[in-house]
Design a protein around this ligand. Structure first.
Ligand SMILES: *Cc1c(COP(=O)(O)O)cnc(C)c1O
Length: 373
C-alpha cells in the first residue's frame, strides 16, 4: 500500500544529515528540531499555533481535554472513521454520538449532525477522511448556531485546502477551534515512528494544550491541571522537517496517481471513482473505490494473489464494534456507512507509483471484475 523505502532512498542525504545532527548534539527531547518544525508548520499551514505531540490519538485526546467538558457531554463524530477518533471520547468519559456520512465524499453528513444535536452536545469532530475536507462552512455555521466546539481530525488530510464560500482558502485543520494530525509513517506527512500535532488559532487554547502535553505544568514544577506526557521527539522532528519540504511534491504525486486510476475506470459502470467536492482539494491519503455487488474480500484476495496490496478501509462501522456498545445505536441510522463497509476497496496509494505499476493495478482489478461481475 505504501513504499516508504523508495521514498527514503530519494531523500536519504537530507534525512541522514538532519538526524545525525540530533545524535551528535544529543538534544533528543524538545530540542531545536522540534521548535523549528513547529515554526515551519505554522507557516506552511498559516495557523497561529502548532503544538507537536506524540501521536494523532494523543492530539485528539489533548484537544478534548482542553475544552473543559463535563462527563457525559456529547461529542458528535463520524461512524465511518478510524477508531482513534471515537476512542478518545470514550476514554475521557464523554459520550460518543456517532452519525452517518455523505455517500459521495464519505465525510460526516450535515443533516445527520443536525439531527443528533441535543442540549448536551458540546463538540463536533469532523474527520477529513481519505484526504478531503468535510464541508467546513456548513459545519462551522451549525456549531456557531448551537454554541459547539469543532475539532478537526486531520490525520488523513494534511495539505488539503478548503475554499470557503467567500473565496478564502484554509489549510485543513485550521478552521475549527482545534485541528489534530498524525505523523504515523504511512500518513501523507509521516515520520519514522510515531508523531502528531495540534493546531489552533486560539491563544488561550494553545496555552492550555501546551501545558497538557507536558503534565499540565505551567511554571516549572507548578501543575495547573491534569496533563499527560505527549512529546514529539527530536529525531522524528528532524525527519519531518525534511519531509515537509517535499510535502507539496508528494501531494502532487498522489493526485497524479489518483487521476490515473480515475481515468482508467471513468467509463466502467461497475466502479464508482472518488468524488472530489467543489470546496476542497483531495490529497488522497487513500484512493477508495466503491464497487457494489462484489465480495470485497474475494477482490482483496485476488489482488493480493497478483501482488497488489488492496485494503478495505473500513470493514466495520464503529457503531457495530463491541467496544462502543452496538446496543447504544440504531443500525438503520447508518445506511450509508453500512453500505460503504460492504462496497469500498482502497488501491495502493503513495508517492512512488509509476505508470507501469498503476496500469498493472488497474488491469488486475479489471480482470477480477470481468470474472466476478
Ligand atoms: C491515523 C489516524 C488517527 C490516529 O493517529 P495515530 O498517530 O496513529 O495515533 C486518528 N484519526 C484518523 C482518522 C487516523 O487516520
Amino acid at each position: 500500500m505504501v513504499d516508504l523505502v523508495t521514498q527514503y532512498e530519494k531523500i536519504k542525504p537530507e534525512v541522514d544529515q538532519n538526524t545525525q545532527h540530533v545524535f551528535q548534539t544529543a538534544q533528543f527531547i524538545n530540542g531545536p528540531e522540534v521548535k523549528d518544525l513547529q515554526t515551519e508548520l505554522e507557516s506552511y499551514l498559516n495557523v497561529k499555533h502548532v503544538i507537536p505531540c506524540a501521536n494523532g490519538t494523543d492530539a485528539l485526546q489533548i484537544a478534548l481535554m482542553a475544552l473543559d467538558l463535563q462527563p457525559e457531554d456529547e461529542v458528535i463524530t463520524s461512524d465511518f472513521t478510524f477508531a482513534a477518533t471515537v476512542e478518545v471520547v470514550g476514554l475521557l468519559k464523554f459520550k460518543p454520538v456517532l452519525v452517518d456520512v455523505d455517500a459521495d465524499t464519505f465525510n460526516i453528513s450535515l443533516e445527520a449532525i443536525e439531527k443528533a444535536i441535543t442540549p448536551r452536545t458540546k463538540v463536533i469532530i469532523p474527520v477529513h477522511l481519505f484526504g478531503q475536507c468535510a464541508d467546513m462552512d456548513a459545519i462551522m455555521a451549525l456549531a456557531k448556531k448551537h454554541n459547539l466546539y469543532v475539532v478537526e481530525d486531520t490525520a488523513q488530510a494534511i495539505g488539503s485546502i478548503y475554499t470557503s464560500k467567500d473565496g478564502s482558502k484554509h489549510a485543513a485543520g485550521t478552521i475549527g477551534n482545534i485541528g489534530t494530525t498524525s505523523f504515523f509513517p504511512s500518513k501523507n506527512l509521516g515520520c519514522y515512528g510515531d508523531g502528531g500535532a495540534i493546531f489552533t488559532n486560539d491563544d488561550h487554547l494553545a496555552q492550555v494544550m501546551r501545558s497538557i502535553v507536558n503534565h499540565g505544568m505551567g511554571k516549572r514544577y507548578y501543575y495547573d491541571r491534569l496533563g499527560v506526557n505527549s512529546r514529539l521527539d527530536s529525531v522524528q522532528a528532524a525527519v519531518l522537517r525534511i519531509k515537509l519540504r517535499h510535502l507539496d511534491e508528494y501531494t502532487a504525486a498522489r493526485q497524479k496517481a489518483a487521476a490515473f486510476y480515475s481515468n482508467y475506470f471513468s467509463n466502467d459502470a461497475r466502479v464508482e471513482t472518488p468524488v472530489i467536492a467543489s470546496y476542497s482539494t483531495h490529497v488522497f491519503h487513500q484512493y477508495t473505490l466503491k464497487i457494489k455487488g462484489i465480495d470485497q474480500y474475494a477482490c482483496q484476495d485476488y489482488m493480493q494473489a497478483h501482488e497488489v496490496p488492496a485494503m478495505i478501509y473500513y470493514p466495520m462501522p464503529i457503531h457495530t464494534q463491541e467496544a462502543y456498545g452496538p446496543e447504544n445505536f440504531n443500525h438503520e441510522d447508518f445506511a450509508v456507512t453500512n453500505e460503504l463497509c460492504t462496497s469500498v476497496i482502497s488501491l495502493p496509494m503513495h508517492t512512488e507509483l509509476d505508470e507501469e505499476q498503476l496500469t498493472y493495478i488497474c488491469q488486475t482489478l479489471e480482470s477480477f471484475l470481468n470474472q466476478a461481475v
